[in-house]
Design a protein around this ligand. Structure first.
Ligand code: BGC
Length: 737
């Protein structure tokens, strides 16, 4: 080829390239758009404008049978049985469910998170410990519940989880229950409202929520073997009502069925609980997952409404496939289980906003934890206004109690949050969280001598108390999953310790770190008692802020403190016969019964009905200021509205939780009263506010077994308003039809 020809060919080539480049540039955006459309045409369930149900249906149509089976069970848990071959896919949490990557459906990574994310030490991570759940319930504050849930939600996602196993709301029917600290007290309306708000805000972080343990898992003793006997009306108006309210508020992704049986059938294969009530009456759209090892059958559980087995596939793996192949489980039933899980994934946002691990905001967590602890500590006694402590008149303080120099106790079991900087605590190890009362108090009063005695030798502690201006005893009661308290006494001879210190110095203050109620044989000897519960990562700072008056206490008891175990509905805990322990994961039958004959008379309803005096009533809690109630007005309409004037009659600002109770007409056959509303009101010194609350008709109704519906019994209702269940100065009767 000569030079000219070569140049002509080159020129033509360049022109052709320019032409095609221009063409591509002109058409590229359209090309890209059409590719993207192709993608969404391939994955139409990624269209966020569709409802979660529709999106779930679209995915379901694409799934192979094997992929569907993958949704029905977990894939093991670290430390539970033999590790499975795919264990490496887990995130170190209690369970995980395989996703379907080809369709963009993520794995579900679950972690326990009762008062913070579990297993952080073991996994080399960090979690904030919030005050225990029962403590948060003592705030009676839906905003605190929301902050609680949001924090846990953020920390779960930061650690790579997209589902929580938290939100325990079993009622405190049995205060010796070792998991009382994980729950929200004895009243169904209070507990349900708080757990609902906690879960709503947790899920708002784009996380799948879970409310547990459904239902009537009210004691740990023999939890896999106990058959709870209770009437339908009693359960609907007590334990189940808490779940109903929580589920209505939060629309949680999951409900965890419990280990125990109810009226003959294990909760995870109980058609009444799972289908008739949860899925039909309450219209629950999420999925039911078993407590760990709480599945006992395949066909029976599936048809009863269990959607998912954890943590393994003993009944919802191979056996499930065989049952489908044999036509014993219909494909419609299989599809319903899978649909519910997929729906929950879309509704919670975990598909559209996949989890990305990131760094936890430690300081932010401290701040939230401390604030909630301040709102949760209940001042039970404050004689001669010894609190708040007057810095100007104190020269020496004795800090007494086990570990009060280094930490405060935390709740154990699957709720346990690991303290920072150490590995995994052992099961049932007492974990003292590094939040030092001694340091926090010393920091408040630099000039004073603040000395410590562990109390191991009560005589030496009393000697320190005697030479100090004031003695503060930090007393604890440790509780955990997997066992119940033998009684409500403080352990480790602490009653004697407090008695001896108080005898040496009448200016003794007791700070309680407990998971449940305790008896107080020394109550008359001490000046003040502050119930700080399990106070979380910043518990000591919160307690010090209250003791020195930077914060005025506002919390109220979410559970009654009885005078003695003899006054409980069951003076003796019903424990399993030794020869017949319950089994997890077996085709076992329950081996012993607990008859909840007190029925719906849980907590204060029991003491009211039985005329039993208590140590501290439900709803009780002091403040550093005082409040007065006046001018009750009640109007009826679609809801009943209660209004009254609330005045701060003291000399400092404070918050009052104003409580509204109702006594139903005699024909309703109810206990003397029930909580039907409350409001938390901030008032400056001398300030007065008009408070108005709507009381839902539902909360005034009773459950009628014959018609399976809630009914308002026509007649005279007495509405009562005040600062505790036993201090209700405002009373008005109304007729309702
Ligand atoms: C507990 C559950 C917990 C699960 C996973 C069970 O033993 O009862 O509350 O979520 O373990 O750790």
């Amino acid at each position: 080829m000569n030079k000219d020809k070569l140049q002509r060919v080159r020129g033509a080539l360049v022109l052709t390239m320019v032409f095609f480049s221009l063409l591509a540039a002109a058409f590229w955006p359209a090309l890209w758009r059409s590719m993207a459309q192709d993608q969404s045409a391939n994955h139409p369930w990624m269209d966020k404008t569709l409802s979660p149900d529709r999106r779930a249906d679209l995915v379901l149509q694409q799934l192979t049978l094997e992929e569907k089976y993958g949704f029905l069970h977990g894939n093991g848990m670290p430390g539970w049985g033999q590790p499975r071959p795919n264990a490496y896919l887990g995130n170190g949490g209690a369970g995980f469910v395989l996703g379907v990557p080809r369709l963009g459906i993520p794995m579900i990574q679950m972690s326990d998170a009762a008062y913070g994310v579990r297993s952080s030490g073991e996994n080399g991570r960090y979690s904030t410990a919030l005050p225990s759940d029962v403590a948060a319930a003592a705030s009676w504050d839906v905003h605190a519940a929301c902050a609680y849930g949001a924090l846990i939600g953020r920390e779960l996602r930061a650690q790579g989880y997209n589902m929580t196993l938290g939100g325990g709301v079993n009622l405190t029917r049995e205060p010796r229950n070792g998991r009382t600290f994980e729950y929200m007290g004895e009243d169904p309306i209070l507990a349900g409202t708080l757990v609902g708000n906690r879960m709503k805000c947790e899920q708002a972080q784009h996380l799948m929520g879970d409310i547990k343990h459904y239902a009537l898992n009210d004691q740990e003793s023999g939890r896999n073997a106990v058959n709870v006997i209770i009437s339908k009306r009693a359960m609907r108006e007590s334990d189940l009502l808490a779940f109903q309210i929580g589920i209505e508020i939060a629309d949680p992704a999951g409900v965890m069925c419990s280990y125990n049986a109810v009226n003959g059938d294990y909760a995870c294969e109980n058609k009444y609980l799972l289908t008739d009530v949860l899925k039909k009456d309450w219209n629950f759209k999420g999925f039911v997952l078993s407590d760990w090892g709480g599945t006992h059958s395949t066909e029976k559980a599936s048809v009863a409404g269990l959607d998912h087995e954890e943590p393994e596939d003993i009944f919802f793996g191979e056996k499930f496939k065989q049952a489908v192949q044999a036509g014993k489980i219909s494909t419609a039933e299989l599809d319903d289980h899978v649909h519910r899980i997929l729906r929950a994934e879309f509704a919670s946002g975990i598909v559209d906003d996949p989890v990305k691990k990131n760094v936890v905001d430690v300081e932010g967590g401290f701040e939230t934890s401390r604030r909630i602890a301040e709102q949760s500590a209940v001042l039970l006694k404050n004689d001669q206004a010894i609190l708040p402590l007057d810095r100007t008149r104190l020269h020496s303080i004795a800090i007494i109690g086990p570990n009060a120099n280094t930490g405060m106790i935390s709740g154990g079991g699957s709720a346990q949050v690991d303290p920072p900087g150490r590995g995994a605590p052992k099961w049932k190890e007492h974990v003292w969280f590094p939040t030092s009362p001694l340091k926090a108090i010393a920091a408040k009063i630099p000039g004073a001598a603040v000395e410590f005695d562990s109390g191991a030798d009560p005589a030496s502690a009393a000697a320190l108390g005697k030479k100090s201006d004031v003695a503060i005893v930090f007393a604890y009661q440790w509780t955990s999953e997997d066992f119940d308290l033998p009684n409500l006494s403080l352990p480790e001879n602490q009653d004697a310790l407090i008695g001896q210190v108080a005898a040496a110095n009448p200016r003794t203050i007791v700070v309680l770190e407990t998971g449940s109620a305790v008896t107080m044989p020394w109550l008359n000897q001490v000046r003040a008692v502050l119930e700080a519960w399990y106070a979380g990562s910043k518990g000591a700072d919160a307690v010090a802020n209250i003791l020195f008056g930077e914060v005025s206490p506002s919390a109220k008891l979410p559970m009654t403190f009885p005078r003695s175990e003899a006054d409980l509905p069951h003076p003796h805990l019903v424990t399993p016969p030794p020869e017949a322990p319950g089994r997890r994961n077996g085709e076992a039958k329950p081996t012993f019964e607990v008859h909840y004959d007190e029925g719906l008379k849980v907590g204060y309803k029991w003491y009211d009905a039985e005329n039993k005096p208590v140590l501290f009533p439900f709803g009780f809690g002091l403040s550093y200021t005082t409040f007065s109630y006046s001018g009750l007005k009640v109007s009826t309409g679609s809801d009943t509205t209660v209004s009254f004037a609330l005045k701060n009659t003291g000399s400092r600002a404070g918050e009052e939780i104003a409580e509204v109770y109702a006594a139903l007409p005699a024909a309703a056959g109810e206990p003397p009263k029930r909580l039907v509303g409350w409001d938390k009101v901030h008032l400056n010194a001398g300030e007065s506010k008009e408070v108005s609350m709507a009381v839902k008709t539902f909360y005034l109704s009773i459950y009628d077994e014959a018609s399976n519906s809630w009914k308002l019994v026509p007649g005279t209702y007495t509405l009562m308003v005040g600062g505790s269940s036993q201090n209700l100065p405002l009373v008005q009767k109304i007729d309702l039809k």
